[in-house]
Design a protein. Structure first.
Ligand SMILES: [Zn+2]
Ligand SMILES: [Zn+2]
Length: 148
């Protein structure tokens, strides 16, 4: 295991989270729940045991009930809606959303899960044109973000 100390805050700043992340357990999840909750094609998550997370502020927790009856917390900022983590009913493991973490660019997923529901175009992302900022800006290299 290689661990990394990370910190992040929601968009409005009401919630802050510090965590010790196992960088070998960062995953991109393509399940349909991740797609619905995020409004995005997939979410990247880092698994953190309860002892390794510190939460400041009070996230709102939506309880998702699976077909199996299992309950799962889906936490977000009650003010700005930034998605923060998912946790099992006993809160032993937190799946922290990496997008709001300062170091999210360093948290490279080591595997993709729920490929059965992934959007097919996710594989072609680097083949379509990448712009430095908005749709009328200059083209850039998808790996570096630098103008071509
Ligand atoms: Zn917020
Ligand atoms: Zn998912």
């Amino acid at each position: 295991m290689s661990s990394k100390q990370v910190h992040g805050r929601c968009h409005c700043g009401q919630i802050e989270i510090s965590a010790t992340v196992d960088t070998d357990k960062v995953m991109a999840c393509h399940c349909s729940d991740c797609q619905t909750f995020s409004g995005a094609p997939y979410r990247a998550v880092a698994m953190v045991p309860a002892a390794g997370i510190r939460i400041q502020g009070e996230p709102r927790e939506y309880v998702k009930v699976a077909d199996s009856g299992n309950k799962r917390f889906q936490a977000f900022c009650p003010n700005c809606g930034t998605q923060l983590y998912a946790a099992d009913a006993e809160k032993t493991i937190y799946n922290v959303r990496t997008g709001f973490l300062d170091a999210h660019g360093d948290l490279h997923p080591v595997k993709h899960i729920f490929g059965q529901s992934a959007v097919s175009w996710v594989h072609d992302l680097s083949e379509t044109p990448w712009h430095e900022t908005g749709p009328n800006s200059v083209l850039c290299d998808p790996k570096t973000g630098q103008p071509k």
